[in-house]
Design a protein around this ligand. Structure first.
Ligand SMILES: [Cu+2]
Length: 177
């Protein structure tokens, strides 16, 4: 049977893990593709990509009139060719939510008509949701000037919480051993 000390250590470890896991969830964002007017033609998606940060856990939201467009998640090759042939996934509800669950490159285009050839396409690089380093707090610039400062402040606070939790573990360990 486990001693009460061992049980306490397990509880502390779980508490610390909870604190450290919280930042990613707290910072996850819904990103409206194309801005307020949604997924459409005649929009500069390269600009939109530059104005946003994409972090694991974020969700892309594609809003459009069902039937006018769709959303194709593509490979690099099928993206370059605007070809749905080897697409990874296709959505067509008009209110499609795609959670970015892995870091690295993601490619999207509209598979209706010539929309992809006409520029209804973008690719993004999704960043890992690691926020433990106080020297590089997560930043999120969604076009608004205030967002970056707010996210930075949150990151700093969360890093401080992590350090406080680590200090707590050290104290408990010193008492036990
Ligand atoms: Cu389209």
């Amino acid at each position: 049977m486990a001693s009460s000390n061992q049980v306490l250590v397990v509880i502390v470890v779980i508490a610390v893990a909870t604190v450290l896991a919280a930042p990613a969830a707290a910072l996850a964002a819904d990103l409206l593709v194309g801005g307020s007017q949604g997924w459409r033609l005649d929009f500069d998606y390269d600009d939109w990509v530059e104005e946003n940060d994409f972090i694991v856990g974020d969700t892309l939201v594609f809003k459009y009139a069902m039937g006018q467009h769709n959303v194709v998640q593509a490979t690099a090759a099928s993206y370059a060719a605007c070809s749905q042939g080897n697409s990874l996934q296709v959505w067509s509800s008009g209110d499609d939510r795609v959670t970015l669950n892995t870091s690295g490159p993601w490619w999207f285009f509209c598979g209706v008509g010539d929309h992809c050839q006409d520029g209804m396409k973008f690719n993004i690089n999704v960043l890992p949701a690691v926020v433990l380093s106080p020297s590089s707090p997560p930043t999120r610039d969604q076009g608004g000037g205030d967002a970056t400062g707010l996210a930075g402040a949150q990151g700093g606070g969360l890093a401080a919480a992590g350090l406080a939790a680590a200090a707590g573990v050290a104290v408990v360990a010193a008492l036990l051993f």
